[in-house]
Design a protein around this ligand. Structure first.
Ligand SMILES: [Zn+2]
Length: 379
């Protein structure tokens, strides 16, 4: 990789290379080839070598949550109530952005545009618009977006300077040219209009560092710089508004609310790199200690998939376990995804495939796993 895709500083050698020639995407696909991650010492951007033929991948292959209208990712379980990602994203947007009456809102890189749809229920006055680099989500849009407010591949020319708010929910991490993409999004805002973005935060969701299909891993200094290059003044950046993510608000034609933050990313990036570099060995030490036991993997997301790719004997895994009812209808690597209550009686070893920041607390809250016969691998 030649240069940082935010500040164009030449990049040195990778700070991480996956130990095995296998990579796992954010949608839990297993691809052949190494994942390589670089860190920019100037603007603190962390970036991954893009998958080959990225445009075709998002146009035809990448299908997020398309198996049904309601399919969604589990955000949190609070007092036994499941909170899904879309619901939380709407609440956060309404808290951080003042939407004018009848605001023209564009969801940029929107996929199903589930958050915009839910926003329209809360705020029926807004005028929803959608844009994506794929045709495959049109069936979801037509239920709530007028046909003239939809665009694919290229935004409409009449959208230039048109919008009060442009939103981007977990899209900028995927693009190979974030400067060009954010500049394009900014060009669609009226003067004083607001760009509202959510991107993963590797410091609170360290899995994001190792996913194969996220090119960009932003930090506060690199986001600050990216917004400035696009003609947007960064007003807010929050690390606690959405678990595992940065939420940021930037205004067209305004100065940034503060100078670029000083950052100590380098040391934390090195820690995360070491964590993933050692991860496979830790999995195999546990596997060896419990060889002969039937196992299950708790968590049908990235961590669980990554664990499965590190095992010497994946055939010892009977199933995955996951609390998300949408995930339970699917399979992963040819194995069933079951609710924890249906844990097979012969399982003795459980690999916990969850964010290590809350893995233990999550498992301790699952009654179906409080058996003395079970031993756990914690990530
Ligand atoms: Zn840079």
């Amino acid at each position: 990789m030649a240069a940082c895709n935010i500040c164009e500083e030449p990049l040195g050698p990778p700070v991480y290379r996956s130990p095995r020639p296998l990579s796992v995407t954010s949608l839990c696909e297993v691809l052949s080839g190494h994942t390589e991650v670089f860190h920019c010492s100037r603007c603190q951007q962390v970036q991954t070598t893009p998958l080959p033929d990225l445009a075709a991948y998002y146009d035809k292959t990448y299908q997020i949550l398309v198996s049904s209208e309601e399919e969604d990712q589990l955000y949190a379980v609070v007092n036994s109530r499941r909170i899904f990602r879309t619901e939380h994203q709407v609440e956060t947007l309404l808290r951080l952005v003042e939407l004018p009456h009848a605001a023209r809102v564009l969801d940029f890189g929107c996929a199903k545009a589930g958050t915009l749809k839910a926003l329209c229920v809360r705020r029926p006055d807004i005028q929803p618009h959608v844009f994506d680099v794929s045709e495959m989500y049109r069936g979801f849009w037509e239920k709530f977006v007028p046909a003239e407010n939809e665009a694919t591949y290229q935004p409409k020319t009449e959208w230039h300077g048109h919008f009060d708010v442009v939103t981007s929910f977990f899209a900028l991490e995927h693009v190979a040219e974030p400067r060009a993409v954010l500049a394009q999004a900014a060009s669609l805002l009226r003067s004083g209009g607001v760009f509202y973005g959510i991107v993963p935060n590797i410091f609170t969701n360290i899995a994001d560092f190792a996913v194969a299909d996220h090119v960009n891993h932003f930090t506060p200094p690199s986001l600050h710089r990216l917004c400035a290059v696009a003609g947007l003044g960064l007003e807010k950046i929050e690390g606690a508004a959405h678990t595992g993510a940065w939420v940021f608000v930037a205004r067209k034609g305004a100065a940034a609310a503060s100078a670029a933050p000083a950052d100590a990313s380098a040391a934390r990036v090195a820690e995360i790199s070491d964590y993933w570099g050692d991860f496979g060995d830790r999995v195999r030490v546990f596997e060896q200690a419990h060889r002969g036991d039937t196992a299950a993997i708790y968590g049908g997301g990235f961590y669980g998939t990554f664990i499965a790719t590190q095992l010497e004997r994946p055939e010892a895994v009977a199933c995955f376990l996951d609390q998300n009812p949408h995930r339970q209808k699917q399979a992963l690597l040819g194995k069933s995804i079951l609710p924890p209550e249906r844990l097979p009686a012969e399982v003795r070893a459980v690999y916990v495939g969850l964010n290590p920041a809350h893995a233990r607390a999550t498992i301790q809250a699952v009654l179906a796993l409080s058996h003395e016969r079970l031993v756990f691998f914690y990530p």
